[in-house]
Design a protein around this ligand. Structure first.
Ligand code: ZN
Length: 285
């Protein structure tokens, strides 16, 4: 028995040693394998064509992006007043981005205007900006004598009415200051603009105004005349920023529909001229 056990033990040792050496040989000399080409990695001609079309479309897209966009900014001052409800409904139907410069004391003075303020806040086509709380009580020269008071007036409006962007327009003044860039700076109000900018605001004037008669708020230019003014400014690059036209209008102009104040037609004609409607919050620096 002892001899049988000894033989079995020796056989086991030989098998184990043999096994180990086989393993070592396999590790040292890996057999050559033909590369496997899966049918998935061969691109059919159709797919090649699609890829070519895609890259052509990308090239066209790139060239189109080099053509400057014609941007128009509809800006409406002094809201909420009697024109707000119509403005709210027209821009919603036309689906165009619209910029409203709001005056807070109108809201505090009237339940109707507070409702209009809520309409504006809820309208996804409208962005609200700051046109001061008091509108200088329409005494501009006095107002601008004290820039600190002007800043406080704007800050009150900003906080009381949760205005999300620090974008301001001075009452009664076409003054621009965006960073270092300024326009129409030699008039009272310039120091206030500077202080607002130091406090984080961008101060916007306008490139063109749809003017109105002070007695009945009827527009002075026909839509055709206004479009011509806008096109000329655009073509001759007479705007504060090239390719960007800021149009000023006033809330009260749209209180009642008349022959002159057809905002829907103005929007349609601007669309036909290739203008894209933008928010001042995306105006270039
Ligand atoms: Zn105003």
């Amino acid at each position: 028995m002892k001899q049988v056990t000894r033989n079995l033990f020796i056989t086991l040792i030989i098998v184990l040693l043999g096994g180990m050496s086989c393993t070592e040989v396999v590790n040292d000399l890996e057999p050559y394998m033909e590369p496997v080409i899966s049918s998935d990695s061969i691109m059919p001609i159709d797919a090649l064509l699609i890829e070519e079309q895609d890259s052509l479309a990308e090239e066209i897209q790139d060239s189109l992006s080099l053509i400057p966009k014609k941007c128009i900014y509809l800006t409406i001052d002094d809201a909420p007043l009697n024109g707000t409800a119509r403005i709210d409904s027209i821009v919603s139907k036309a689906k165009v981005k619209t910029n409203i410069f709001m005056v807070g004391n109108c809201i505090d003075g009237s339940g109707k205007f507070r409702k209009y303020y809520n309409l504006l806040m809820e309208n996804s086509y409208i962005e609200i900006y700051n046109h001061s709380y008091s509108h200088a009580n329409n005494k501009y020269a006095t107002f601008y004598k004290d820039p600190e008071k002007v800043l406080a007036d704007f800050e009150k409006n900003q906080l009381d009415f949760s205005i999300p962007h620090k974008i301001a327009r001075l009452p009664g003044r076409n003054i621009w200051q965006i960073g270092e860039k300024t326009r129409n700076y030699k008039q009272s109000g310039a120091t206030s603009a500077e202080l607002l900018v130091k406090s984080g605001y961008k101060v916007f004037g306008w490139d063109v105004e749809w003017r109105y008669n002070a007695k009945d708020y009827t527009p002075e230019q026909t839509i055709e005349e206004l479009i011509n003014e806008i096109e000329t400014l655009y073509e001759k690059s007479r705007t504060f920023s090239k390719n960007h036209v800021v149009l000023l209008m006033h809330d009260q102009m749209f209180a009642k529909k008349n022959d002159m104040n057809d905002l829907e037609t103005l929007i349609l004609e601007l669309k036909e001229k290739g203008f894209s409607f933008e928010y001042l919050s995306s105006y270039p620096e």
